[in-house]
Design a protein around this ligand. Structure first.
Ligand code: PAF
Length: 281
């Protein structure tokens, strides 16, 4: 497995592979890799001849009061995991390699980013779209793999690829959970023992929501009310949002019909965690 830090090195390697007729799978990450990322890499490995993983904590997608500086990093452990899963190339650029002096072009979106995480993180998706576009232009993959845990991000990337005619297949992969239900996230590492226990209220509420839909609840107001009440029982939890939205447009919906994304963001102490489920009605 190669680890490179420059755009030219990635391009040279991918060019070589393409000359040999090999397909390229891409898993963009911010590092501090866990089993959620591992599931994306395994899927990429199963579907493509070569796999590229990027590890880049993208400053552009963090707001001023967010956790850019404290975001966990461990390149050594990440490389070991990637190597063990048969990843062929890690791209680990410095900020200056991605955003050279004078950088002033952005990829932004008018729809899909106003609700859910976009409400409390207004510049986040502009940063995500810009860096993912850049990474797609650098790696030129056939397929790119994203987790369903960041459901809004997945919808945004799908829309961007469609709107900008990017010739890349976007593959969404299921949420991976700890044994007790907590969705895997690099940010789980911020939680102390008490908060870690309290964080279970997210996955418990997701399960409750799934049961309610199964039992026939079809009004999102009714569903969200019960879910919010459940979250409010946990004293360490502070709700950012719990919403039911259309899978494709991320617009709020009143009636559960077709595929509906039921998503939440909840602070446990200072840590903001997200979780979701798709209601197929
Ligand atoms: O999901 C993430 O880790 C990031 O948002 C991504 C897609 C790597 C862009 O920085």
């Amino acid at each position: 497995m190669k680890i490179v830090s420059t755009i030219n090195e990635v391009r040279a390697q991918v060019k070589e592979w393409k000359k040999q007729g090999l397909s390229v799978g891409f898993v963009p990450t911010m590092g501090y890799l866990h089993e959620g990322h591992a599931s994306l890499m395994k899927r990429a490995k199963g579907e493509c001849d070569k796999v590229v993983v990027s590890i880049f904590v993208n400053p552009m997608q963090f707001g001023v009061n967010e956790d850019l500086d404290s975001y966990p990093r461990d390149l050594q452990a990440d490389s070991k995991l990637c190597d063990s899963l048969g990843v062929d190339l890690i791209f680990h650029p410095e900020v200056e390699e991605m955003y050279e002096n004078g950088f002033c072009s952005f990829v932004d979106m008018n729809g899909l980013t106003k609700e859910l995480c976009g409400k409390s993180r207004p510049i986040h998706f502009r940063g995500v779209c810009t860096v993912v576009s850049k990474l797609f232009n650098i790696v030129t993959p056939d397929k790119a793999f994203f987790g369903q845990k960041d459901a809004q991000q997945l919808a945004v990337i799908r829309r961007m690829v469609k709107d900008l005619n990017m010739d890349i297949e976007i593959v969404g992969c299921p949420i991976i959970r700890e044994e007790d239900g907590l969705a895997k996230s690099s940010r789980n590492t911020y939680l102390n023992e008490e908060e870690r226990k309290a964080a279970l209220v997210l996955s418990q509420t997701i399960r409750l929501g799934e049961q309610l839909v199964k039992a026939g609840v079809r009004e999102s107001e009714e569903l969200l009310k019960v879910m919010k009440e459940n979250l409010e029982k946990e004293p360490l939890a502070k709700i950012d949002y719990v919403e039911a939205v259309s899978m494709d447009t991320i617009e709020k919906i009143e009636k559960l019909e077709g595929s509906v994304l039921v998503a939440m963001a909840v602070y446990i102490g200072k840590t903001r965690l997200i979780d979701n489920f798709i209601a197929e009605v």
